[in-house]
Design a protein around this ligand. Structure first.
Ligand code: ADP
Length: 257
């Protein structure tokens, strides 16, 4: 709030009103700073796949197809993987923006949790099989008032992360239990590498990944958990992670009654 010309008077009301203006301006500066930071990180994230696509095109333009057809095939495959990544990044950034701007309202209805848990498990079944991970859906008769499509997206994100970070032969569980005051708690547990204690909160931030190599090796964008958090908070709920490094992680979602 530098640059604000205010005269502080020492009666009680005066001071509180000066403080109110100051807080408002500070919050606006913080929002602007976060927006600038987001744009800087987002453009960096978008630039790397684009650079790789451009390099591939320039190699092909230089006659790679004729001189080394096998190498050209690999180059095309790499460019196509990067184009897919670009698409995923743009789609997830737009989804997050739409969710956070509040332009889309939830379509909530009483829903069987077993149903959405089963659908989520089906969606990641092929990936789990390829990674040799056993998916276990714990039976439940609980219901909750949710937007089924959005909650499906949350569970699919959590389950695909759990599969991605599991060792071969590992298990992933998805379960629902009664929560406090008539609410429910959904959980997704894995036996993977775990998350360091200092990063249990920050992994829900945009473009946050525990290891810099996670986007390359695991194909992630670092936006999945930020999307989950936004959807869960729109439901009036809370999401958090618990973990023991080297033993696994559990992501929990508490939904109010
Ligand atoms: P990504 O697309 O990279 O998976 P997310 O926002 O879903 O993005 O996750 C952010 C990061 O949190 C991941 O890159 C990874 O470092 C860490 N993470 C998420 N889920 C798990 C998990 N089940 N086990 C270990 N690390 C995880």
């Amino acid at each position: 709030w530098i640059g604000l010309s205010v005269r502080m008077s020492f009666d009680r009301q005066g001071i509180s009103s000066v403080q109110a203006i100051a807080r408002d301006v500070t919050e606006r500066h913080e929002l602007e700073r976060l927006k600038d930071e987001f744009i800087a990180v987002a453009s960096h994230e978008l630039r790397s796949p684009l650079t790789s696509i451009r390099a591939a095109l320039s190699l092909l333009d230089g006659g790679l197809l004729e001189s080394r057809p096998e190498r050209a095939k690999e180059t095309i495959a790499l460019a196509s993987r990067n184009a897919e990544r670009l698409m995923r990044l743009v789609n997830e950034m737009l989804d997050l923006e739409r969710l956070e701007s509040g332009s889309e309202v939830l379509d909530r209805m009483p829903y069987e949790l077993a149903e959405v848990m089963g659908q989520a498990a089906e969606t990641v079944a092929a990936a789990a099989e390829a990674a040799d991970v056993l998916l276990i859906v714990r039976p439940t008769t609980l219901t909750a008032c949710i937007d089924p499509d959005r909650m499906l997206r949350v569970l699919v994100n959590l389950l695909s992360n759990a599969v991605k970070f599991s060792p071969r032969g590992g298990c992933v569980w998805v379960a629902a239990e009664k929560g406090p005051q008539g609410g429910v708690v959904l959980s997704v547990r894995d036996q993977g590498r775990g998350i360091p204690a200092g990063q249990l909160k920050s992994v829900f931030g945009r473009f946050r990944q525990v290891r810099a190599s996670d986007s390359r090796d695991k194909g992630g964008t670092g936006l999945g958990l930020a999307i989950c958090k936004s959807i869960v908070e729109q439901h009036g709920g809370e999401i958090w992670a618990e973990s023991r490094e080297g033993e696994g992680s559990t992501f929990r979602i508490r939904l109010p009654r």
